[in-house]
Write a protein that binds this ligand. Structure first.
Ligand code: FAD
Length: 487
């Protein structure tokens, strides 16, 4: 039987995970990556303009586990768990807010090392080749061919495949080619805020702050956050409106800005790191929602290529990894319809490399049937979470809800689930999580409203009972009370 071949454009986080999965399922795999090999010592220190570290949570880890529990262990060996947010107030005081009443954590992981683990893993499979410094130039999705340019020699490399996967990131060239072949609805939006990273080095050989939290300095319209690294430094990211970035022109402006908004961070950073503000690159933040994600049995886009998001729920990569798990599940379902395709153990030895184009197309139709909707919900949640992180975390109503939902979750774990738990510690689809959260919000609002009305009524009754006769007031009749409640 013919062995299928997949060509993957992009060997970043999602592309390298996809390569591992397809190689494991018996496919011939070719990955073409524009950047140089990050494992080559000559390229150490060169990074693309994305975050140095990121948070991996249940969805991302589950996808790695389905590939191989051993690889998951390798990843877990290099992460730093963060059990909650550490809120830094203006007066320098801090306040810890747990992510989960059950003590669950999200994990800070080095983007480069994670990518290297996945690249190493895909290259353990015979029949897998990774070509670095090769950039996608042309893609004929009817003929299932692609042309890459070797960026070192300038030579054009022509290849063909049974399936072409676009994992080439937020500005995906594959997504652009997909639009020539099928009607792709796209929504793209730049937000008015950008980001910049600053390094907080280790202090006397140790972490400068508590390493088990994601630190946030919420300042209503902007914020600074910090995630720990294995070398005991923190990568801090300043998210701010562009106008605010532009208003800081001199070292005096910068120092005033830090004194006013992040005074406690100054001794932790040191002047040298703060001054990186003037040299470090600033990144734009935007999202892309699009559908469909595939063309016939011939091509599919995954990860940021399919759904670039603003990073405020730390779900971009997690969602991209979930794409690959979902795609694999749907292909396994075609290869072995009698096996529970969601069960990683039952699917361990399934090969999908001899699926027919009809079977691949059936899987891709289902893929487009679920992923665009889910990733769009993830993007909406991320847009919402920016307001929560930079402002709501400091408000009484937010803290009260966090506390109440946590307690209710303990008593009724399936009925009340905090949003953060559904997004970061479960595999409930992003769409279902959003629906459930909206229902919970409504129910909680109703409870608070009834409680407020009852309290007000009780106060009124007591006032009238004890002070009424003196003031010439009387208690209302039952019918009058009922009328108040109906309002
Ligand atoms: P990328 O990582 O962008 O990889 C795409 C690859 O394709 C790149 O290696 C690129 O070189 C290559 N490529 C591009 N063009 C071509 C071409 N023409 N030919 C060949 N190759 C090409 N997500 C989380 O889950 N948790 C977080 O905490 C988190 N934090 C973030 C913080 C910031 C500041 C930002 C910006 C993002 C964050 N994300 C986070 C999102 C996460 O970075 C992305 O979702 C993730 O990198 C997507 O992986 P990808 O492989 O799809 O794309």
């Amino acid at each position: 039987m013919k062995q299928n071949k997949v060509v993957i454009s992009g060997g970043g986080l999602v592309g390298s995970l996809a390569a591992c999965y397809f190689a494991k399922r018996g496919w011939i795999v070719e990955v073409y990556e524009k950047r140089p090999d990050p494992r080559d010592p000559d390229n150490a220190g060169k990074r693309n303009h994305r975050s140095i570290n990121l948070a991996i949570s249940t969805r991302g880890l589950s996808s790695i586990n389905r590939l191989s529990p051993d690889v998951e262990k390798k990843v877990m060996d290099i992460v730093l768990p963060m059990y909650g947010r550490m809120i830094h107030s203006l007066d320098g005081s801090t306040n810890a807010q747990a992510y989960s009443i059950l003590g669950k954590a999200i994990n800070s992981v080095d983007r480069g090392i994670l990518n290297e683990i996945l690249l190493d893993q895909c290259e353990t499979f015979e029949g897998t080749k990774v070509f670095f410094q090769h950039s996608l130039e042309q893609c004929d999705m009817d003929a299932k061919t692609a042309t890459f340019k070797n960026l070192v020699t300038g030579e054009e490399v022509f290849t063909s495949a049974d399936l072409i996967i676009g994992a080439d990131g937020a500005h995906s060239p594959t997504r652009k080619f997909l639009q020539y072949y099928t009607k792709v609805n796209i929504e793209q939006k730049y937000i008015d805020h950008g980001y910049m990273e600053l390094e907080m080095k280790a202090k006397d050989g140790n972490f400068a702050m508590d390493k088990e939290h994601l630190h946030i300095w919420p300042r209503k319209t902007f914020m600074l956050i910090a995630l720990p690294n294995l070398d005991k430094s923190f990568t801090c990211t300043l998210f701010m409106p562009w106008s605010k970035f532009e208003s800081i022109k001199t070292e005096d402006d910068l120092n005033e800005f830090f004194k006013e908004y992040f005074p406690d961070s100054i001794p932790l950073f040191g002047q040298e790191s703060i001054n990186e503000f003037f040299t470090n690159p600033k990144g734009a933040l935007f999202y892309v929602k699009c559908t469909p994600h595939h063309y016939k049995s011939n091509a599919v886009i995954v990860g940021d290529a399919a759904h670039c998001t603003v990073p405020f729920y730390a779900q971009g990569m997690n969602c991209g990894f979930e794409d690959i798990e979902t795609l694999d599940t749907l292909l396994c379902e075609q290869a072995a319809p009698l096996i529970d395709s969601k069960d990683p153990v039952a699917c361990q030895n399934i090969k999908t490399s001899t699926l027919t184009p009809e079977q691949i197309e059936a899987a891709l139709i289902k893929y487009t049937g679920c992923r665009p909707r889910d990733s769009a919900s993830m993007i909406d949640l991320a847009m919402y979470n920016y307001i929560e992180m930079r402002h709501s975390v400091n408000t009484f109503s937010y803290k009260a809800r966090l506390w109440l939902e946590g307690k209710l979750h303990l008593i009724m774990p399936k009925v009340v689930i905090p949003l953060y738990t559904m997004v970061s510690f479960s595999k409930i689809s992003y769409t279902d999580a959003t629906i459930q959260w909206k229902k919970q919000t409504k129910a909680l609002q109703n409870v608070v409203s009834v409680f407020t009305k009852l309290s007000l009524a009780t106060i009124a009754v007591l006032l009238v009972k004890y002070s009424g006769p003196r003031l010439g007031l009387r208690l209302p009749s039952f019918a009058e009370v009922a009328r108040i409640f109906r309002k």
